[in-house]
Design a protein around this ligand. Structure first.
Ligand code: SF4
Length: 321
């Protein structure tokens, strides 16, 4: 197949069927950590690089094989939202299947209202945010002219206001570059302003051609989780689970998460257990106590119990993932 690949397994999206919408490498940024190598020329103009019907036909063919998949993920050999017509594709895919659709993007074009509009039907959007200052944004992303840090933030904030699906910020933690306390505090401040559903910390574990890219130390990863958890739910980059370790009030933290989207009980229990290493009984007791508050209701979906906040979501069927 030319556009569709996988399903590939990932900690974050389970079995994901990938759809690549771009010719390599078409990007608005030139990230230090890019696995595709340096951007020789920036691409900033949105285009329908390949006929949308051809891409849709391939997705349809892949779905007809019946392989179990958790997500259909639009991603690109570059910046996914450069594909003009992605909104049409999302809409057509949703007519074909109930499998949720995720979009992986650097987010640099979200300042454009028409781009944001195209994404409204997606179930999850995962834009990048690697810096909390203009200087670091330039250093890490090395974006095309005009795609400044302030424009990036403007796009993310506007999108959050309009988008009802899951907004998962993807933050690449680079050793010695954006893992200092100062850089992390700057990031926490802007993340607070965006108010995403979750922050996915990711690490440069795959080879990148640039010399400057290093894995952060374990101590820095822990510090990043601690600082960012003050403003958002953070997905641990090593364990692939959400982290509640630094939440000052577990009940409030879980309420905040479950009011945005249903939380799988299994995943929640794992996160609570991590707060009390070696004390399994404590985690179970706390789960029971949280349920006893009456704030949540547990619903069954595909044989799995999910927590939803009673006022907002009782009786609704949760999405998968
Ligand atoms: S946004 Fe993605 S594709 Fe573009 S340069 Fe950065 S890592 Fe590479």
């Amino acid at each position: 197949m030319k556009y569709v690949f996988g399903p590939v397994s990932s900690k974050r999206l389970g079995h994901s069927l990938g759809v690549d919408l771009l010719p390599p490498k078409s990007c608005t940024w030139n990230c230090l950590y890019c696995q595709l190598g340096r951007s020789k020329n920036f691409v900033t103009e949105r285009q329908e690089f390949f006929p949308r019907e051809e891409i849709l036909a391939e997705i349809q063919e892949a779905l007809s094989l019946g392989t179990p998949i958790d997500w259909i993920t639009f991603v690109g050999s570059g910046e996914t939202l450069l594909y003009k017509g992605i909104g049409w594709l999302i809409g057509e895919v949703k007519k074909l299947t109930t499998t949720p659709v995720a979009i992986i993007t650097n987010g640099s074009l979200l300042y454009m209202p028409e781009v944001r509009l195209e994404l409204l039907q997606a179930d999850a959007v995962l834009p990048s945010l690697n810096a909390g200052s203009e200087a670091l944004h330039e250093k890490i992303g090395r974006p095309a002219t005009g795609l400044s840090f302030s424009r990036h933030l403007e796009g993310l904030q506007a999108f959050r206001k309009e988008y009802r699906g899951r907004l998962w910020i993807e933050l690449m933690l680079l050793g010695g570059i954006n893992d200092s306390d100062e850089a992390l505090r700057d990031l926490a401040a802007v993340i607070r302003g965006i108010n995403p559903d979750m922050v996915h910390l990711v690490l440069p574990t795959r080879p990148a051609p640039e010399q400057e890219v290093h894995l952060p130390t374990e101590e820095r990863i822990e510090r990043a989780i601690a600082i960012l958890s003050e403003v958002a739910t953070v997905l641990d980059p090593v364990k692939g689970t959400m982290s509640l370790r630094n939440s000052p009030d577990l009940l409030e933290a879980v309420t905040a998460i479950a009011s945005r989207h249903p939380v799988q009980q299994r995943e929640l229990l794992k996160a609570v257990q991590e707060c009390f290493p070696g004390d399994v009984a404590k985690a179970s007791t706390l789960m029971d106590e949280m349920l006893a508050t009456g704030r949540f209701t547990v619903v069954d979906h595909a044989g799995e119990p999910w927590w939803v906040v009673r006022n907002d979501s009782a009786g609704q069927e949760p999405e998968t993932g």
